[in-house]
Design a protein around this ligand. Structure first.
Ligand SMILES: Nc1ncnc2c1ncn2[C@@H]1O[C@H](COP(=O)(O)OP(=O)(O)O)[C@@H](O)[C@H]1O
Ligand SMILES: [Mg+2]
Length: 260
């Protein structure tokens, strides 16, 4: 039997619970299935388990109970197909921009030096950093560093991108530009994304689905689908449907914060 309904989801979380050794529960029976190409934003009050959820998905931290599969694998085995992007761009200060972007591919050991160079040079063009390929991180603005971090994460062509408040430290205009860039890169590569943010506007602009979590313990409170078609452009930000949904998600977030 192989009808569509029996196809396993690309990513599945079933009754995922994470309890710390102190006995406090960060996530309580979280269940969620994600289709290939989905862009899932996680929003919720501080401490509701957003970062923990990404760490469990990435295989960096073990579950207490429940099950996670990513493309049919346990998170640990799926590490090769995932990339993580943090708020702090975590670039190596002694490497050039190009050298930083090449890092993931070097660790993979699947390509020659020339192949890496060609691929990463292309990626730097794609994120608008070709001119600074030989600069060092200290010479870059916060937004440029984040672009390097994104290019580095995408160099290995991950199927899954895990982003934990990547643009939280950037000014609003830089954040808007990078949001548009992420959409463009996604149109190119069709990666599946988990994206943690405190910005409702950003979540609505980028996502196919928004998961609202509540705290103590972390649970899924609501899921809000975002129906706007892709490709999306900056013009979406002034569309009445977009503004209405931002209002709806903001209200949902206020409601879970009131519970916290
Ligand atoms: N390594 C850890 N050991 C013990 N408790 C932790 C650890 N990491 C996070 N926590 C706790 O788990 C809960 C969820 O944290 P976190 O996932 O960082 O929340 P969020 O990212 O939504 O702000 C919080 O109560 C936090 O204090
Ligand atoms: Mg966090």
């Amino acid at each position: 039997m192989s009808d569509a309904s029996s196809t396993p989801p690309f990513i599945s979380l079933a009754d995922v619970t994470k309890t710390w050794s102190s006995g406090s529960t960060a996530l309580d029976r979280v269940s969620l299935t994600v289709a290939k190409g989905d862009f899932v934003s996680l929003i919720g009050p501080s401490g509701c388990g957003k970062s923990t959820l990404l760490r469990l998905l990435s295989g960096l931290s073990p579950l207490t109970s429940g099950r996670i599969t990513v493309d049919g694998m346990m998170p640990d085995a799926a590490r090769e197909i995932m990339s993580f992007i943090f708020q702090d761009a975590t670039l190596l200060p002694w490497r050039t921009v190009l050298g930083n972007v090449e890092l993931g591919l070097e660790l993979e050991r699947k390509s020659t030096r020339e192949q890496r160079r060609a691929k990463c040079t292309d990626l730097l063009k794609l994120v608008g950093l070709a001119d600074v390929a030989n600069h060092y991180p200290r010479q870059l603005s916060g937004g440029m560093k984040m672009r390097v971090s994104i290019a580095r994460a995408l160099a290995t062509r991950p199927k899954v991108l895990l982003m934990d408040e990547p643009f939280g430290a950037l000014d609003e205009m830089t954040r808007d530009f990078l949001n548009e860039e992420v959409l463009r890169l996604r149109d190119n590569d069709q990666f599946t994304t988990f994206f943690v943010t405190h910005s409702v506007a950003e979540a609505v602009f980028l996502s196919t689905r928004i998961i609202v979590l509540r705290a103590k313990p972390g649970r899924i409170e609501r899921e809000i689908p975002v129906p706007f078609p892709f490709p999306r452009t900056a013009a979406l930000r002034s569309a009445p449907e977009y503004l209405a949904l931002v209002g709806e998600v903001s209200a949902a977030l206020r409601a879970v914060k009131a519970l916290a």
